[in-house]
Design a binder for this molecule. Structure first.
Ligand code: AAT
Length: 275
């Protein structure tokens, strides 16, 4: 029997994958969680019916959310990740040679458990000596930390449920305050095709707090439209310039991708108000 799992990416568009097995389906205290095996992309983690990550394309998103800020900051020793309970962004953080400590603050312990049970290539990072896992609301955590981190990554779900406040101007101000005087923030900011208002909210919110704000793109086939954006806010260093290249062999990110990712199509420039 063929089973198909569908994410309704917009009210008028479904993204369906043929699925051979359902490994987990549960209601956590925060969201609906599912892990299914798809023929096309391998294992897939869904939260509230939206694709969070898959075996086959997780490397694009996780390398790109982490490496741009880590490599453009000259000395990214202490890094905070908010969300990202699958551990993929943490894996990239702890393998960067300059990082001493990667703290991950995830609200939902069941996401971490699902990753431990079904995504060993992501969960491998939790046992790294540089890693610290905290189960807590990122909103609360960030308010209690000042002048502490070199880099903050926000690997959050879409702005629904527990993640709504992670897209607010107050949250970006708290990130600014939790960063050291030359710190950098990178957040996932959704699809330019389907979520232009989210991009405007994120770009606008970050540029109100940070002297430098920039947007970059990557291709993530299982995310809505396949074209994904990330927004960086920086207190001092230009995020387009590489200062501390990690020597790790990666699958997507390299020096020319770092530079090229900031070259924006005209319709994306228009979304953020650039000519
Ligand atoms: N690594 C790619 C996967 C994700 S999951 C994002 C995580 O953010 C989820 O595990 C969710 O539980 C967590 N989260 C949501 N709100 C909060 C909060 N307030 N504090 C801490 N963690 C939170 C991201 C996928 C992005 C794109 C999907 N299309």
């Amino acid at each position: 029997m063929d089973l198909w799992v569908t994410e309704y990416q917009t009210p008028a568009l479904g993204f369906s994958c043929k699925s051979s097995e359902t490994l987990r389906i549960e209601k956590t205290p925060f969201q609906d969680l599912a892990v299914v095996v798809t023929e096309q992309f391998g294992k897939m983690l869904l939260l509230d019916g939206m694709v969070m990550t898959t075996d086959c394309d997780e490397f694009v998103y996780h390398e790109m959310i982490a490496m741009v800020a880590l490599n453009s900051h000259p000395d990214p020793r202490k890094v905070l990740i908010i969300g990202g309970g699958d551990g993929g962004a943490l894996r990239e953080v702890v393998r960067h040679p300059k990082v001493d400590k990667g703290v991950l603050v995830e609200i939902d312990a069941r996401v971490v458990q699902a990753s431990r049970d079904f995504f060993p290539q992501l969960a491998c990072s939790f046992s790294d000596p540089k890693a610290e896992l905290i189960i807590a609301d990122g909103i609360k955590y960030i308010k209690e930390h000042k002048n502490e981190f070199d880099v903050i990554l926000v690997d959050s779900t879409e702005p629904v449920g527990p993640a709504v406040a992670l897209f607010s101007p107050e949250f970006y101000q708290s990130c600014f305050e939790a960063l050291k005087e030359d710190g950098m923030l990178a957040v996932q900011s959704e699809s330019p095709f389907f979520n232009s208002e989210v991009i405007q909210m994120v770009y606008g919110g970050i540029s109100r707090c940070f002297p430098l704000t920039d947007l970059y793109l990557a291709n993530v086939p299982t995310y809505p439209s396949g074209l994904w954006s990330f927004t960086v806010g920086s207190k001092k260093f230009d995020p387009q310039t590489i200062r501390s290249l990690s020597n790790q062999p990666l699958k997507y990110y390299n020096e020319s991708i770092h530079k090229a990712a900031f070259n924006l199509p005209n319709f994306v420039k228009e979304i953020i108000g650039l000519d």
